[in-house]
Design a protein around this ligand. Sequence first.
Ligand SMILES: *[C@@H]1O[C@H](CO)[C@@H](O)[C@H](O)[C@H]1NC(C)=O
Ligand SMILES: *[C@@H]1O[C@H](CO)[C@@H](O)[C@H](O)[C@H]1NC(C)=O
Ligand SMILES: *[C@@H]1O[C@H](CO)[C@@H](O)[C@H](O)[C@H]1NC(C)=O
Ligand SMILES: *[C@@H]1O[C@H](CO)[C@@H](O)[C@H](O)[C@H]1NC(C)=O
Ligand SMILES: [Zn+2]
Length: 296
Amino acid sequence: MRLWIVSVLVLTHLVLGALCWGKDGHYTVCKLAEGFFEDDTIAAVKKLLPESVDGGGLADFCSWPDEIKKLSQWQWTSTLHYVNTPEYRCNYEYCRDCHDTHKHKDWCVTGAIFNYTNQLMSASENSQNIVHYNLTEALLFLSHYMGDVHQPLHTAFLGDLGGNTIIVNWYHNKSNLHHVWDNMIIDSALETYYNSSLPHMIQALQAKLKNGWSNDVPSWKSCHFHQKACPNLYASESIDLACKYAYRNATPGTTLGDEYFLSRLPVVEKRLAQGGIRLAATLNRIFSAKPKLAGL
Ligand SMILES: *[C@@H]1O[C@H](CO)[C@@H](O)[C@H](O)[C@H]1NC(C)=O
Ligand SMILES: *[C@@H]1O[C@H](CO)[C@@H](O)[C@H](O)[C@H]1NC(C)=O
Ligand SMILES: *[C@@H]1O[C@H](CO)[C@@H](O)[C@H](O)[C@H]1NC(C)=O
Ligand SMILES: *[C@@H]1O[C@H](CO)[C@@H](O)[C@H](O)[C@H]1NC(C)=O
Ligand SMILES: [Zn+2]
């Protein structure tokens, strides 16, 4: 009986594992971003956020797109969380890769980031525009997908569904490679280094952004050709990291332990930090456009 319950739990876990950075990962990306918002962004985000009982900021809402994607009216959004490359291709190309299974162009995580950036821009640039879209949703989708595009296995091979079908052991627990990168590396880091406290981990990343990474932050932020958002660059980085770190030494049936954890954790931490910096930079570019979101 107990075994049966355990295997049901593991199965449920595997199915639910087909997600994105877990809740903690998305919370971290958005919390880090909040620390880099300019005044215009703080005001615009506050206006757009849903009412919250405990006065939480953007970070409290960043997993919303995961919570809704199984509801029938939102099912169309589920392909917007990732992009797949052909088998064993360690590079990413928008035209080749950004489509859904029916080859509808733009239906992938990078297409969605462009889409929601444009929606927020068109409202921000000209408050006289008739706004066709729900900008609260646009903000929450953009914030969530900006996190996803930084998870290396969200730009990964189609054949294994971004690692979802690669069954591995994470220490003594059965899992899959995608779930390891969404959740398990972060969970193990919280337990091992941060007394199971997410705020402690976030503080450590904030400290690194001020010290170890401070020289890199300007280059993380920058976007070529005066674009507002450059998700293609982030997806290219992700598939490169997927090939070099995520897939490497993680074939089906492997037990991943200390060696994998200790060498991959720095990659996960950096991707969370980059996601936060780039979300803030993108929102700052959007909302510093004049005139502001007046009258919305
Ligand atoms: C763009 O956003 C709108 C509004 O949510 C949605 O209807 C449309 O399907 C989106 N397209 C893409 C490619 O994300
Ligand atoms: C915008 O979307 C949010 C989340 O789906 C919803 O709660 C809200 O009612 C929508 N606002 C409008 C004006 O439709
Ligand atoms: C394995 O699973 C158990 C039960 O869910 C959990 O308490 C434990 O932390 C997991 N171990 C690792 C290393 O993730
Ligand atoms: C770790 O967390 C526990 C429970 O939250 C707390 O009682 C303990 O003081 C913490 N230890 C450290 C070193 O922060
Ligand atoms: Zn997601």
